[in-house]
Design a protein around this ligand. Structure first.
Ligand SMILES: [Zn+2]
Length: 501
C-alpha cells in the first residue's frame, strides 16, 4: 500500500514537472515579432547640407552651461556678445517662418519657448524639448579633437563639435522640421510647443520655469518628447539587430558625503585605524553591498526582444518566474545593464591627510547614487546608514538634497503607439522598446503637466557615438540630421492630429 502511494506521488511529481516544462516551451514558442507594418509614407525631401550648415552655426556659439550658481554666462572670444544671445540671433536668421509665425518667449533670460497655436485650442498640446547649453571641453584634450570643438566643421559626412550630439542636433532639426511644415502650409490641430532650456547640464532651471509657466497658464500636455534613448545600431548587449529604445522614465540622483574626524597626532604612535582607514572600510562596505537589483524596469524590454532572440534566451525571457534569477545574474555583469536594474553606487571623490607623518584629522568622500524608480532618496540614506553601521562615520547631504527618480510614462498610450509607428516609418521595421534613461534630462520638469513623457533622440547611434558625447570628437552624421528632421516632420503631424494621445 505504502509503495503504491509512493509511486503515485513520484508519478504526479514527474507529470507536474513535464507539464511545467511544456508550458515554458509553449510560452517561448508562441511569441512572435510585432507583425503590424507601419502605414507607408513618402519621406519629406530635406537637404542634408542645409541641415548641417544650420547645426554648424549653432555649434560655433559657445553656450557652455552656467555654473551651479547661475552667475556666469561666458562671453564669446571677442567679448562683445553673450553666446546665448548670439545663438538666438542665428535661430532668428535661419528660421524666418518660425520667427514670423510662432510666438517666442525668453524665459529665465535664455531659455526659449515657442508656441505654435493649434486650430483646436482646447485639445491637450504637445511639446518638443531640447537644450541649448553644452558641457565644457577639457582644455588638455584639445589636441585629440580632429576638428576644433567650437568650429562647427562639416567634414567626412559629419558635423563636428561640442553639442553636435548632445543635443543641439535635436534643437536645429526640430526647427528645420517646423520651418518645413510652415512652408508646406501645415496647420496643427493641437498647439505645438518647442521648449529649449539653457542650463540642462547644470540645474535645469530654464525647463523648470517653462514648465511652471505653462502650468500657471492652465496648459495640459498630451505628450512630450525630449532627448534620451535612440536607435541602437548594435542593438543591446546579446542582440545583433538594431533596436529603438524610448526612455519612459529617468533615474534620480543623490550625492552623500561621508566623513571621519579623529584626533591628530604623530604617525609614530598610531591607533589601530586612522580616519582614512575607517572611511575606506565604510566605502568598501558600500561598494560590496549595493541596493538590490530588480528586473522590474527591464521586463518590457525583454518581452519586446524575446521573439528576436535565440531559443534559450526566449525560453528565459518568457519564463522569468523560473529563470528571473539567472537573467538578473547575467545582466548585472555589465555596468550598462546593471544600471537599469538598480540604484547604483559610485564613490567619486575622496580627500584626507596633511602630511606623511601626521595622523589625518579628517577624511571625507563623496558617493554618487543614481536612483532607480521605486527607491527614494530616504531609502538610499537609510541603506547607507545601515550598511556603514559605524557611528564614527558622519553621513551628510551636501548642497541640494538629491533628485527622486521620475515616474514611468505608459507604453500603452496612443502617443507611445504613434511614436513607435513614426520610428518604424523613418528607420524601418525593428523592435521598439521602453527603457529607463540613466542620465538626467529636462523632461522631468514637465511631469507637472504631462503624463506621456518620452525621451527619444531620433538618430541611429553606436557605441562610438555614445563615447564621444561629453567626450572627445563629438559629432553627428549628416544622414542622421536628415532622418531626425524627417522624423520630427512626421511626429509633429501625427501627434498634433491625433484624436487621442
Ligand atoms: Zn543633453
Amino acid at each position: 500500500m505504502g509503495l503504491t502511494i509512493l509511486i503515485i506521488v513520484i508519478a504526479s511529481a514527474i507529470i507536474l514537472i513535464l507539464l511545467a516544462i511544456a508550458i515554458m516551451i509553449i510560452r517561448a514558442l508562441i511569441v512572435h515579432p510585432e507583425s503590424r507594418q507601419p502605414q507607408e509614407i513618402e519621406l519629406a525631401k530635406v537637404d542634408g547640407l542645409d541641415l548641417a550648415a544650420h547645426l554648424a552655426e549653432v555649434i560655433q556659439c559657445q553656450t557652455i552651461s552656467m555654473d551651479t550658481t547661475g552667475a556666469t554666462v561666458k562671453n564669446n572670444s571677442s567679448g562683445e556678445i553673450n553666446p546665448f544671445d548670439e545663438l538666438h540671433e542665428i535661430l532668428f536668421k535661419n528660421y524666418p517662418l518660425v520667427s514670423r509665425k510662432l510666438t517666442l518667449e525668453r524665459i529665465n533670460n535664455y531659455s526659449l519657448l515657442y508656441t505654435w497655436p493649434g486650430s483646436v485650442p482646447h485639445l491637450p498640446a504637445v511639446l518638443f524639448a531640447a537644450h541649448q547649453d553644452v558641457v565644457p571641453v577639457d582644455e588638455s584634450s584639445l589636441d585629440q579633437w580632429d576638428y576644433p570643438p567650437f568650429a562647427g566643421a562639416i567634414a567626412e559626412g559629419y558635423v563636428w563639435g561640442r553639442g553636435a550630439m548632445d543635443i543641439k542636433c535635436q534643437m536645429t532639426t526640430l526647427l528645420d522640421a517646423v520651418e518645413y511644415l510652415l512652408k508646406q502650409g501645415f496647420e496643427p490641430r493641437r498647439t505645438v510647443y518647442l521648449a529649449f532650456g539653457h542650463d540642462e547640464e547644470t540645474r535645469g532651471s530654464g525647463a523648470k520655469e517653462m514648465a511652471a509657466l505653462l502650468k500657471e497658464r492652465g496648459v495640459r500636455l498630451g505628450a512630450l518628447v525630449d532627448e534620451g534613448a535612440s536607435v541602437m545600431k548594435e542593438g543591446v548587449p546579446g542582440f545583433d539587430i538594431p533596436v529603438a529604445l524610448i526612455g519612459t522614465g529617468e533615474k534620480g540622483s543623490l550625492t552623500l558625503e561621508l566623513s571621519v574626524d579623529c584626533p591628530p597626532g604623530h604617525s609614530s604612535a598610531p591607533a589601530d585605524q586612522t580616519s582614512i582607514g575607517i572611511l575606506s572600510k565604510a566605502l568598501a562596505r558600500l561598494e560590496a553591498n549595493p541596493m538590490p537589483a530588480s528586473l522590474q524596469h527591464v521586463k518590457p524590454l525583454l518581452s519586446v526582444l524575446a521573439p528576436y532572440s535565440t531559443f534559450l534566451h526566449r525560453l528565459a525571457f518568457t519564463n522569468l518566474w523560473m529563470f528571473g534569477g539567472t537573467v538578473k545574474h547575467e545582466l548585472i555583469k555589465s555596468p550598462q545593464t546593471n544600471a537599469l536594474l538598480r540604484t547604483t553606487t559610485a564613490v567619486t571623490m575622496i580627500e584626507g591627510g596633511i602630511k606623511v607623518n601626521i595622523l589625518p584629522p579628517h577624511a571625507a568622500a563623496k558617493v554618487n547614487f543614481r536612483l532607480a524608480p521605486g527607491d527614494t532618496v530616504q531609502d538610499v540614506v537609510d541603506h547607507v546608514r545601515a550598511t556603514v553601521a559605524d557611528t564614527r562615520v558622519k553621513i551628510d547631504l551636501p548642497g541640494e538634497i538629491g533628485r527622486e527618480a521620475s515616474l514611468i510614462s505608459p507604453s500603452s498610450s496612443p502617443a507611445y503607439s504613434l511614436l513607435c509607428e513614426t520610428i518604424q516609418q523613418i528607420f524601418g521595421v525593428m523592435p521598439v522598446a521602453p527603457t529607463l534613461v540613466t542620465g538626467a534630462t529636462d523632461a522631468r520638469h514637465y511631469a507637472l503637466i504631462c503624463q506621456n513623457i518620452y525621451r527619444f533622440t531620433p538618430a541611429v547611434t553606436g557605441k562610438d557615438d555614445t563615447n564621444r558625447v561629453h567626450g572627445i570628437g563629438e559629432r553627428i552624421s549628416v544622414e542622421n540630421l536628415e532622418r531626425m528632421t524627417q522624423f520630427f516632420i512626421e511626429l509633429i503631424q501625427n501627434w498634433s492630429y491625433a484624436s487621442a494621445l
